[in-house]
Design a protein around this ligand. Sequence first.
Ligand SMILES: *Cc1c(COP(=O)(O)O)cnc(C)c1O
Length: 496
Amino acid sequence: MDLMYRSTRNDKNRVTASQAVLKGLAEDGGLFVPEQIPRLELSPEALAQMTYQETAYAVMKQYLTDYTEQELKDCIRSAYDEKFDTEEIAPLHEAGGAYYLELFHGATIAFKDMALSILPYLMTTAARKNHEDKEIVILTATSGDTGKAALAGFADVPGTKILVFYPKNGVSAVQEKQMVTQKGANTCVIGIHGNFDDAQTGVKQLFGDAALGEALAKAGYRFSSANSINIGRLVPQIVYYVYAYGRLLKSGAIQAGERINVVVPTGNFGNILAAYYAKCMGLPIGRLICASNENKVLYDFFRTGVYDRNREFILTSSPSMDILISSNLERLIYRMAGDDAKENARLMAELSAKGSYTVSEAMKTAMQDFTGGFATMEEVAAEIARLYSETGYVLDTHTAVASRVYHVYREQSGDRTPAVIASTASPYKFARSVMEAIDPKYAGMDDFALIDELSRISGTKVPRAIEEIRSAEVLHDKVIDKTQMEAAVKEFLGIR
Ligand SMILES: *Cc1c(COP(=O)(O)O)cnc(C)c1O
């Protein structure tokens, strides 16, 4: 029997996996969740021997049950190939007493590639399976990394168009250059005057706009999402936690059944939710440590049970985590409420009306697998400098948030469980913040000089993704007000 998905806001909205991938977001504004989380059907002995692609198939087939074996294997093979600069796809690197799970070896050197290199294949396969005759328009809000990874994945994919909105002053120089130089006749990149939450809220409104949906359908289009609200992003992200466990078994760092802790630098709560799903599947994960930057809305939430976005939005050195509305938290809330769509819908309505909600004591207790922590920009810079001086290993600013939070947790709790830290971006993507953290003398150097210097001091090769943008031409230079997003969509699609 197929595993079905239902909306977190209305139990009656049930769809297959491929339909959930195609839709992205449910019509009622909810997120699709599997009706049950499947159990991992793998022995530790088998897992220890499996490649990334084999692990991906073993995990994904349990969630995407209406895809055939051939379809799923084709998607996996097309996604996890030479676009990655290592055969391991997601290598583990031990440094300073923790295991850094490097999720940045794909085409755009951030962890978004792990899911976005497969999503276009999952989506076009889903369109075929469901006899979808409309062209798919991927509408995406980005805090910097999703945009480029989605553009790279969907550029020139037949039957799709992609439009990305990013906060004009809220991304790093490299992130912006990567996006605005994107090639592909079906791509469009637009800056907005506003922050990531403005972009994300705008995109969600466009999804929910029935009149716009009708106009689109008339013109032969339908929207879908490449944001982590799409289950087709969440499922591929479960894979690397299972894979990391296998690598630790293989190297002898842990014994079969031994627990690990997982530490994730968090923004939209997608990556850590995938780790939680892996735990629910039976992977021996102890604590899920949720690391925030100064936009510490999640840290406060896990401590108090109150989610409150009414606060100043802070631009930090880890821009991909500059988020106050963590969309994927809704999937956890739904589960903690006992899969109660009504209760979840009530809380989400409060969030959109008042900007805050409070969960019950029972729900708060149910979330005890999670520990929140946060790090300030100064602490992040100090962490980068510390690990570099002690081990020579260079972290990006996002991973450094997690690394700092982990070491504080370890110190305070005495918990010596082996820890896997999700390493979400290459330091090259945030070279300025990284280099200035290592030595203030780098302040004032130009971006590409810093990149070459980073290569020299770390003894690593400048990634292809960076070489590509050195001399690339800017192809997208439009910047609009956040109120003009609908008009921009219509213009791009030629709809009046
Ligand atoms: C997107 C991103 C994050 C946050 O991931 P979520 O799934 O949104 O919590 C962290 N670090 C980097 C580098 C990212 O690109």
